[in-house]
Design a protein around this ligand. Structure first.
Ligand SMILES: Cc1ncc(C[n+]2csc(CCOP(=O)(O)OP(=O)(O)O)c2C)c(N)n1
Length: 337
């Protein structure tokens, strides 16, 4: 598979955007401005960016906590991501929720679901609904090793397999689930091995090599779209920070961290771009300057956004919110009478 100059530039830009946006998030978190936890994807950027890059317009994506890169590839604006994290009144969730729990339905991006594994049956239902409408929508979601131990994952992937639904589950093998090492999580030699038990296909890819990830994800998406059923794509990567910012990861060996820092996905792609002559250091510096400027503006925009206004009407709880508010008011007035 070949990649155009534009595609490689876009991949590089999204990797950098993910890394540098996260650094801004850390700064806001340490200033006490963020609400809730901060879950980083340092070292895993190529997995989320590369897999989402393989989707087409109209496809569906449900991220989990390490997938900021996929959210940006789907078109979320950094300023809106920051508004969400700062729980601003004009943020995507209007200050009601945190982290990546927001949707951009017009971009096919749905909210990460806090209960691990539940995105699999939900996504299976979404692509099944689209199949009834005659669409060939592919759904992609993500899970870590820990997420694959849940009943929801099992039920969802089993149903998707039986129905031959176009669901791609990206399995992020990042060596830890909170503090539990992977070998304590699952007895199978690889997560991809689980596919055999469901009668579906799988592959394993180096999750730190963004071009390999895109290629593998394109094959997985094409497989699913062609009606061959779900696909498990295991990306071998490494979580270089603790579970969240509050976790000092004392359970991780320093040598192991240093070893994976040498396999940094962005540095690896920079080497490839040098070798192929696609983007030299000056061209990459220009992209970095562009991303820095975008993030300066995004932080300023998000910080200037208003705080949420407490709303006793529970607006936004239901899709038909105006109707719900009207009915609630009518019931209340009726109750008084
Ligand atoms: C069903 C369920 N159990 C527990 C949790 C709390 N929890 C959130 S993330 C996490 C660790 C998940 O590990 P893994 O799936 O390997 O993903 P990683 O954090 O390594 O990316 C836990 C225990 C949850 N959200 N849902």
């Amino acid at each position: 598979m070949t990649f155009s100059l534009e595609q490689q530039r876009s991949l590089y830009r999204h990797l950098l955007l993910t890394r540098l946006l996260e650094e801004r998030m850390v700064s806001l978190y340490r200033q006490g401005k963020m609400t809730g936890g901060l879950y980083r994807c340092l070292g895993q950027e190529a997995t989320a960016v590369g897999t989402a890059f393989a989707l087409e317009e109209g496809d569906l994506l449900i991220p989990v906590i390490r997938d900021l890169g996929s959210v940006l590839v789907r078109g979320a604006r950094p300023a809106d991501v920051l508004r969400q994290l700062l729980a601003k009144g004009d943020g995507p969730s209007r200050g009601r929720d945190g982290f990546l729990h927001f949707c951009l339905p017009r971009r096919g991006l749905y909210s990460g679901i806090a209960m691990l594994g539940t995105a699999v049956p939900v996504l299976a239902g979404m692509v099944l609904a689209d199949r009834f409408l005659g669409k060939r929508t592919v759904g992609m979601t993500y899970l870590g090793e820990g997420g694959t131990s849940t009943g929801a994952f099992h039920e969802g992937i089993n149903f998707a397999g039986v129905q031959r639904l176009p669901v791609v589950v990206v399995l992020e093998y990042n060596h830890y689930s909170y503090s539990t090492p992977s070998e304590m999580q699952c007895a199978a030699a690889t997560l991809a091995d689980k596919a055999a038990g469901y009668g579906i296909s799988s592959a394993i890819v180096d999750g730190n090599d963004v071009l390999s990830v895109v290629e593998a994800a394109r094959r997985a998406v094409a497989h699913a779209r062609a009606g061959n059923g779900p696909f498990l794509l295991e990306c071998k990567t490494y979580r270089r920070k603790g579970h969240a910012e509050h976790d000092g990861q004392a359970y991780v060996d320093a040598g192991e961290l240093a070893e994976w820092a040498r396999r940094d996905p962005i540095a690896l792609f920079e080497k490839q771009l040098d070798a192929s002559g696609v983007m030299d250091a000056a061209a990459r510096a220009a992209v970095r300057a562009e991303v820095d400027a975008e993030l300066d503006a995004a932080v300023a925009e998000a910080e200037a956004s208003p705080a949420p206004v407490p709303d006793p009407e529970f607006r936004g709880v239901r899709a038909d919110e105006e109707d719900a508010v009207r009915r609630r008011r009518e019931t209340f007035v009726g109750g008084l009478a």
